[in-house]
Design a protein around this ligand. Structure first.
Ligand code: UD1
Ligand code: CA
Length: 424
């Protein structure tokens, strides 16, 4: 099925109290809108993100991270229906389906969207809205059904009667529409409501009036509709994602000693029998092999690939580094922009000095197989330590070290006999 998505992300996000646009706030190193774009990745072939507030910043993020996504400017922002209408000029002759989502709901899953689209297809639906049941439905639009249980309309909280406010089935804000049949609705919406906005929700009533097949799909797990409006909710969403991600890894055979204090990004793969110790924080895209020991208190910052049987111990920070199997960095180190072979031992306090703050250039450190780096070494990149070479503790390595050599920059040890006594 030909499906394109429209992701609404033009709103102001006032309650975040932030200069950063709401959908660019991050959870575990990924922007909120990134989660939504990832959820449609295997479903759609093209994605339009509607931007308005801080449009340039959101555009920059979207196009630099997602090659099949475009942004479309909505200015001024006159409501969700108006937002979707922005794509009309781009899809004039399009005859497939359009999946509509919001950019601030990072908990939505691909699985749920697949089931939703499947339902839309099986029921030969022209408009399908995702609904959810909430004991406390405050703030959501309510799903109003006819006496025969078919969909009638959606009423926003601000426009709802007391009787409608008691309805527990709400609009999750996700829709699938047959574009050719529904596109003309967008030129017919009115803003005759409590908020003076063009409501996307009005397409339900429009569809019914125009004899279309209009249905609601009740989602299984209503938590997936969770939208971020404030920093409090941002932290709540992190906790929900943390639980979901950690459980996935544990089910797959990873030991997480203390899931409460362990944070692993959605884009991290971990092999079987690896143990993640408490207070470990893993952001961005990473791949960790099997039988590794990570943490306690390790920090992986993205772009990290670790082989099997490795140890990344306490207070070790790793960023953009490839580490082959059986390599250890046990304590207090920074490893960035590096390529590290197998059976390498990185002593406590080793630093790859990869960044030149004057030129702002980042350079690479290469440690070949079997290299041993003594404690408190600074490897000033670009630099390479060739196979099997050793570096003595407290060295500052500024040029390449040939294979199997010993490199030392340490000043010689002096022992002055009875020196202390002579001071007395
Ligand atoms: C909307 C629905 C409501 C539903 C809820 C689910 C309407 C009228 N109401 O309400 O029924 O229960 O979502 O979360 O659609 N946006 C734009 N341009 C605009 C206005 C909004 O891009 O002109 C974007 C916002 O950035 C946001 C999304 O659309 O990502 C939803 O807008 P918002 O105003 O938050 O809608 P709700 O009041 O939550
Ligand atoms: Ca609103």
């Amino acid at each position: 099925m030909d499906i394109k998505s429209v992701i609404l992300a033009a709103g102001k996000g006032t309650r975040m109290k932030s200069n950063l646009p709401k959908v660019l706030h991050e959870i575990l190193g990924k922007a909120l809108v990134g989660y939504v774009l990832d959820s449609v990745k295997h479903i759609t072939n093209e994605n339009f993100v509607i931007v308005g507030h801080h449009a340039e910043e959101v555009e920059k993020y979207v196009i630099s991270h997602y090659e099949n996504a475009k942004t479309v400017l909505q200015s001024p922002q006159l409501g969700t229906g108006h937002a979707v209408s922005m794509i009309c000029p781009m899809l004039e002759n399009y005859s497939g389906q359009v999946l509509i989502l919001c950019g601030d709901t990072p908990l939505i899953t691909e699985d749920t969207l697949k089931k939703f689209v499947e339902y839309h297809k099986e029921n030969k639906s022209d408009i399908t809205v995702m609904s959810a049941i909430f004991e406390n439905p405050t703030n959501y639009g309510r799903i109003v059904r006819d006496s025969d249980n078919s969909l009638k309309c959606i009423v926003e909280e601000k426009d709802a009667t007391l009787e409608q406010k008691a309805i527990k089935e709400v609009n999750a804000g996700i829709y699938c529409i047959n574009w050719a049949k529904v596109k003309s609705a967008f030129s017919q919406l009115t803003s005759n409501n409590a908020q003076g906005e063009y409501y996307l929700t009005d397409i339900i009533e429009w569809g019914k009036k125009n004899g279309l097949s209009v249905n609601a799909y009740i989602m299984e797990n209503n938590i997936e509709t969770f939208g971020i409006n404030s920093r409090v909710q941002l932290a709540e969403a992190l906790k929900l994602l943390q639980k979901r991600i950690n459980e996935k890894h544990m089910i797959n055979g990873v030991t997480i000693v203390d899931p409460e204090t362990t944070y692993i990004s959605a884009d991290t793969e971990i092999g079987q029998d690896t143990i993640i110790y408490p207070s470990t924080y893993i952001e961005g895209e990473n791949k960790i092999g099997s039988n590794c020991k990570i943490g306690p208190m390790a920090h992986l910052r993205g772009g990290v690939e670790i082989g099997d049987y490795c140890k990344i111990g306490n207070f070790v920070e790793v960023k953009k580094a490839k580490i082959a199997s059986h390599t250890n960095a046990g304590h207090l180190s920074y490893i960035g922009d590096s390529e590290i072979g197998s059976y390498v031992n990185i002593g406590a306090g080793t630093i790859t000095a990869n960044y030149n703050p004057l030129t702002k250039v980042k350079s690479k450190t290469v440690l070949e197989d079997n290299v041993k780096i003594g404690s408190n070494t600074v490897l000033v990149a670009p630099v390479k330590v060739e196979e099997g070479a050793n570096v003595g503790a407290l060295s500052v390595i500024t040029k390449n070290i040939p294979a199997w050599a010993l490199a030392l920059t340490r000043s010689p040890l002096r022992v002055l006999s009875d020196w202390v006594k002579k001071q007395l």
